[in-house]
Write a protein that binds this ligand. Sequence first.
Ligand code: NAP
Length: 485
Amino acid sequence: METHPHYIQGKWTRATGGKTFHSLNPATGKSIGTFSAGTSKDVEKAIEAAEKAFSAWSETPAPKRGDYLFEISRLLRKNKEKLATRMTEEMGKVLKEARGDVQEAIDVFEYMGGEGRRLFGQTTPSELKQKIAYTIRKPIGVVGIITPWNFPLAIPAWKISAALIGGNTIVFKPSSDTPRCAYDLMKIIEEARIPKGVVNMVTGSASEVGNPIVESPRIRGLSFTGSRETGKWIMQHAGIKKIGLELGGKNPIIVMDDADLDLAVDGILWGAFGTTGQRCTAASRVIVHQKIRNQLEEKLVKRTTQLKLGNGLDKKTDVGPLINEKAVEKSIYYSALGRKEGKLVCGGKPLDTPGFFFEPTIFTNVKQSARIAQEEIFGPIIAIIPVKNLNEAIKVCNHTEYGLSSSIYTRNIRNAMQAIEKIEAGITYVNASTIGAEVHLPFGGIKQTGNGTREAGIEGIHEFTETKTVYIDYSGKLQKAQGIE
Ligand code: NAP
């Protein structure tokens, strides 16, 4: 089996030391290919290439940089079906969801390409006569991009597109669970003729490749998506650089007594079991008004037991596998815990077949402080928490360290508006599930979900640019601000 190389300085290169690792198909447990296990030496080479490429790329007019992004978008679209199929093979996502992941990458490259003709700053009057003031956006320099496996094209695409339009050059480390999706993206970036060294990819482990990227003082900005634990480690080790962290979630869906219950059940199923619960925005807590709790539970359990688990390439499959053995063990662990902290009404065990499958699982009668209602499981497991009214629902909702996505199902505008106002989260949906971000709007969370940056939309560009303030005095004399004579 041929080893997939790194992409450095526009060339496909093997890892220093020649070590390799496998990427497994989670539906079968079998290898889909071998990949270069990089080292800190490879990271150094990638940084060097990115530094060399920086001055020409940052001086390329932003609309022209945008043209490269349009080309990447076009090539992604052309290869959409192939890319989606390969994604399903590598990380198990049901094929139609994998198509959505590719579509998001297509959209964000197109959107960010257009931003090349905007990259707006501000213009504002000066305090003084014959003086103007404005801001411009400048690239950060060489940026590190470290991504998880659950959106193996969309998340790298969000970050790479924003970094490129901002004029930065890149050292990219993908997840070791999805190096082939990253390889496919690099092939497209190469085909789009992005200048050599502007985008560099090094595959390999967190310790050998991730740590040196985080710790390098030559990396001026770092954009990371992954777990809270890794995010904390990064904050402690990255030194002074611009850092964007997009971390975990424990996302709630509130269902009020006036909700359209069938619509709510549709939303819960999609939010909780789409991508097998492995989304940062996955719904993992259902906070339900006690008046309609029995009805909702009955409908939800019935529909959940009808979901078909299987290989994501099979058209009949509703829920694919978990990403790896460790994820199955984690779901087993939390299911055992859930049996103590609540009442199991559905699922609760792994499948006795090859691959990494776990049944969609529901616990009810769960208390807000239970560990299954507090900790991110990242599997197909939800906790139902009954409440008496909206105030209690919002309290339960906010009783978490995370703050990414949230949702409320209600037909009452007052309930909806109060929820929007009081829920502590970066995103609130009304009568829609917790997932479904669009690329032209900012995405990100509060509390322990991140450090305040946002991806996508215009704010996504702010993560990858610095603001420079410019004052031009054309009065021809010394003018002092703050009214100093
Ligand atoms: P992870 O274990 O934190 O890994 C994410 C990436 O960081 C991988 O590329 C990993 O490399 C690398 N990494 C791990 N430790 C590192 C370190 N000390 N230094 C540098 N790099 C390091 O997360 P994951 O399991 O892949 O992803 C699931 C998590 O991501 C969940 O918590 C989920 O909520 C979160 N997520 C958040 C968002 C969001 O936008 N908020 C979106 C998607 C996912 P290896 O793969 O080589 O270990």
